[in-house]
Ligand binder design. Structure first.
Ligand code: F6P
Length: 321
């Protein structure tokens, strides 16, 4: 079997360990792999690169993806997809492994259905928001990055007795905010999944500051709002009498850096399962991890709602504010 691999959407630390695992598992079982550069864009443009066991040496500890990634709108159009299918045929590709999030899996499903080759997805997104799987590659490293940054903000927040609004990634979801907030002792965590009206934030700051806390750190998912807008709102409502107010957007620094041991190991496991599932005859779906086991889930599951850790939010309210 000749298996092509591509990465699409936002990169995630741990994609390289997945690529390495797919290539080396396939090779050790007597199969061949080929890389597609720049995701679905590369599929349309025919950007294939040879990918053998030695080509993936030295990438285990590298963030990002050596195959490059893109968000390609053209793949929504059938004529571009047909171009991609012709390229896959020309390259004698028998199966495809696609690394990315929910949006990427929609494209992956189309390839499986329209072209008829087997396609397996590996959930890779720091947002950890793919349904049907407890874990997505990149999440642990993003948490490490966010925790590291918020700890540093805490030092300066305490020294100046300030109020900080720290915006973390999570376009639609609050996974990073909940865990990074709990781990750093955030006085308030704001996520799109939980109704916490903006109007209540000033009272909460006053309440906590009156308990004698030096600083007040709000960890807010980007899906809840924008840090600068919340800072403006707080300035208008309580001014700076409880401390100067600053806003920090952690942004893309959360997405980079050396993958943690969890993302490396999970990446290797997900990658091997992807290959083995193709060899055992799976036609389409993505590798999902639940309760310590791996499954192949239907692509449609990726869009299902997966809840944040409500217990973590409750614990944060008890311990950190
Ligand atoms: O990778 C997911 C994510 O990090 C989201 O949390 C964020 O909104 C988005 O990607 C931003 O990515 P980009 O700037 O690459 O579009």
């Amino acid at each position: 079997m000749r298996i092509a691999i591509l990465c699409s959407g936002g990169d995630a630390p741990g994609m390289n360990p997945v690529i390495r695992a797919v290539v080396r598992s396939a090779e050790s079982l007597g199969h061949e792999t080929v890389g597609v550069r720049r995701g679905f864009r590369g599929l349309i443009e025919g950007e294939f690169v040879s990918l053998g066991a030695r080509d993936v040496g030295g990438i285990l500890d590298r963030g990002g993806t050596v195959l490059l990634s893109s968000r390609e709108e053209k793949f929504r159009k059938l004529d571009y997809r047909e171009k991609a299918y012709r390229n896959l045929q020309r390259e004698n590709v028998d199966a495809l492994v696609v690394l990315g999030g929910e949006g990427t899996f929609k494209g992956a499903e189309l390839v499986a259905e329209e072209m008829g080759i087997p396609v397996i997805g590996v959930p890779c997104t720091i947002d950890n928001d793919v349904g049907g799987t407890e874990y997505c590659i990149g999440y642990d490293t993003a948490l490490r990055n966010a925790v590291d940054a918020i700890d540093k903000i805490r030092d300066t927040a305490s020294s100046h007795e300030r109020i900080f609004v720290v915006e973390v990634m999570g376009r639609k979801r609050g996974f990073i905010a909940v865990e990074a907030g709990l781990a750093t002792g955030a006085e308030l965590i704001l996520v799109p999944e939980e109704e916490f009206p903006k109007e209540k934030i000033p009272e909460e700051i006053v309440r906590v500051k009156e308990l004698g806390k030096l600083h007040f750190i709000i960890v807010m998912a980007e899906g809840y709002g924008k840090a600068e807008e919340l800072r403006e709102f707080l300035l208008q409502n309580i001014g700076e009498r409880f401390g100067e107010i600053r806003a920090t957007v952690l942004g893309h620094l959360q997405r980079g850096g050396v993958p943690t041991h969890t993302d490396r190991i999970m990446g290797m496991k997900f990658g091997e399962v992807a290959v083995e599932s193709l060899l055992s005859g799976e036609r389409k779906g993505f590798v999902a991890y639940r309760g310590g086991k791996f499954y192949i889930e239907d692509f449609s599951m990726a869009g299902e709602y997966k809840d944040i850790d409500r217990e973590a939010l409750r614990l944060n309210r008890r311990l950190n504010s």
